[in-house]
Design a protein around this ligand. Structure first.
Ligand code: NAP
Length: 483
């Protein structure tokens, strides 16, 4: 298992020799020690990326697709081993980790296909006196920053399109979960991606490492997934060199259940939207609004499902809910639940931090959560489902949109007109209609408002790594008369 920095095709320690421990959140014990990069290491990695950029840009789309397809296959072949690494550093149960490995691999396969479809245009000017040639070229060396909650998929969602477009990159995973990314980068190296085309740096000093790279003038693009707070800081830094940016930021997803919904489906959807990744997902249902006449029944069924989950170390086969990422996450979830209870919410299941090692929090359902509770406006990032009753469509649309975030919303109803009104009225980049999971490598994932800029995945994901160049061509002169 690689634990060093990957710069210019070599595994190297940090210039200072510093290392840091990666902890298993189920035990709080170290599972590995990785290199702790400083600013000089980052700048060396970026230099390597910049040097190889012209060579990578000149490779054929087919060659880049072949690398991505080979990486897809290699990730799938090693799925069990990669899932175990992910569970050990991040905590999610093995089955979910394997699901993420497959999801991550799918981005590689998807962008292998997109590499072959980078197109352009040819057009006659309206006056007929010129021609427009439009081509799309790689943006250039790209900085990629990923969070800990999806340690591999958030990486392939960026490396896939970057490589497909012909952009070199320096990737910086979250300090809690560097191992999955290093394993991925090793695979990319093994399948023949040129040295320097993908570099990886791990660090405990994210700000000190990234800022000099962002301001250096050598990077042309920053793609970030993480919190809105850090995203705003990075946008300011990127302004100095006018870097292209893609920002996948925080969410505060409303999950809305109308009284005409199929309640079994709605409960299953809420379980998926809430409990995927133990609630530690930007897409997690953060506010569950249920129409008054069905709120009691919905709450009863959801509490039964949530209460039936089994909490423990993700490496245990029977476990469906792993630990939260760290002590701070556990404390924050407990604090938000206490605040809601102080504001009048009732606990239907869960709600108490268990004794013992690890950062566990039980699946929890709260009813009667006031719209003024902190969890109505802050990301919970834990397995807590807060239910709030509503009476009318207009009221719930107002509540749902009353947030600076706009990543995803979920709606359960069997009324087509209402479904379309809601889908059009909700201020979010994505809407799940009678489904609790929207993530799909072939769909454009992303948010509006303070949830971000740009889209990842889908046919537009590669555009984030391409510049448009227009060539104005003098129109053809009339041919000389024969003879
Ligand atoms: P975070 O604190 O913003 O960290 C994200 C990444 O940014 C990590 O690699 C982190 O490094 C790095 N970072 C922190 N401060 C930085 C700085 N000053 N300069 C450069 N990099 C910096 O977020 P998180 O707690 O890891 O992740 C959870 C957040 O991500 C949630 O808000 C969630 O909604 C969001 N998220 C969004 C999406 C989406 O697609 N919209 C997907 C997943 C997660 P360190 O680890 O060293 O701090």
């Amino acid at each position: 298992m690689p634990t060093d920095l990957f710069i210019a095709g070599e595994w190297v320690g940090a210039e200072t020799g510093e290392r840091f421990d990666v902890l298993d959140p189920a035990t709080g014990q170290a599972v590995a020690s990785v290199a702790d990069a400083g600013p000089q290491d980052g700048l060396r990695a970026l230099e390597a990326a910049a040097q190889v950029q012209p060579e990578l840009a000149a490779t054929s789309p087919r060659q880049r697709a072949d690398w991505l397809n080979a990486a897809y296959q290699a990730v799938m072949d090693r799925a069990d081993e990669l899932a175990l690494v992910m569970t050990l550093e991040m905590g999610k149960p093995l089955a979910e980790a394997k699901g993420e490995v497959t999801y991550a691999a799918e981005f590689l396969r998807h962008f292998a296909e997109e590499a072959l479809r980078i197109d352009g245009g040819y057009q006659t000017a309206p006056a007929g006196n010129a021609r427009f040639l439009v081509m799309r070229q790689p943006v250039g060396p790209s900085l990629l920053i990923t969070p800990w909650n999806f340690p591999m998929a958030m990486g392939t969602r960026k490396i896939g399109p970057a490589l497909a477009a012909g952009c070199t990159s320096v990737i910086k995973p979250a300090q809690q979960t560097p191992l999955s990314m290093l394993a991925l980068v090793q695979i990319l190296d093994e399948v023949g991606v040129p040295s320097g085309a993908v570099n990886a740096v791990t660090t405990t000093g994210a700000g000190a490492l990234m800022e000099p790279m962002i301001r250096s003038g050598q990077a042309r693009k920053l793609s970030f997934t993480g919190s809105t707070k850090v995203g705003k800081v990075l946008l300011e830094q990127c302004a100095e060199r006018v870097l292209r940016t893609s920002m996948e930021l925080g969410g505060n997803a409303p999950f809305i259940v109308f009284d005409d919904a199929d309640l079994d489906d709605a409960v299953a959807g809420a379980m998926a939207a809430k409990m995927r990744n133990m609630g530690e997902a930007c897409t997690a249902a953060n506010r569950i609004y249920v129409q008054e006449s069905v709120v009691q029944e919905f709450g009863r069924r959801l509490a039964a499902e949530m209460g039936g989950l089994s909490v423990g170390p993700g490496t245990r086969e029977d476990v469906t809910v792993g630990p939260l990422i760290d002590q701070a996450a556990q404390d924050k979830v407990a604090e938000l639940v206490q605040d809601a209870v102080d504001g009048g919410a009732e606990v239907l299941t869960g709600g108490t931090v268990p004794e013992g090692e690890g950062y566990f929090y039980p699946p929890t359902v709260l009813t009667g959560v006031s719209p003024q509770a902190r969890m109505a406006s802050e990301e919970i990032f834990g397995p807590v489902a807060p239910l709030t009753p509503f009476t009318s469509e207009a009221e719930v649309l107002g509540l749902a949109n009353d947030t600076p975030y706009g990543l995803v919303s979920y709606v359960y109803t069997r009324d087509l007109d209402r479904a379309l009104r809601m889908a059009e009225g909700l201020e979010s980049g994505m809407v799940g209609l009678n489904q609790g999971v929207v993530s799909n490598p072939a769909a454009p994932f992303g948010g509006i408002k303070e949830s971000g800029l740009g889209r990842e995945g889908g046919s537009v994901g590669i555009d984030e790594f391409l510049e448009i160049k227009y060539v104005g061509i003098a129109g053809p002169r009339p041919a000389d008369q024969e003879g």
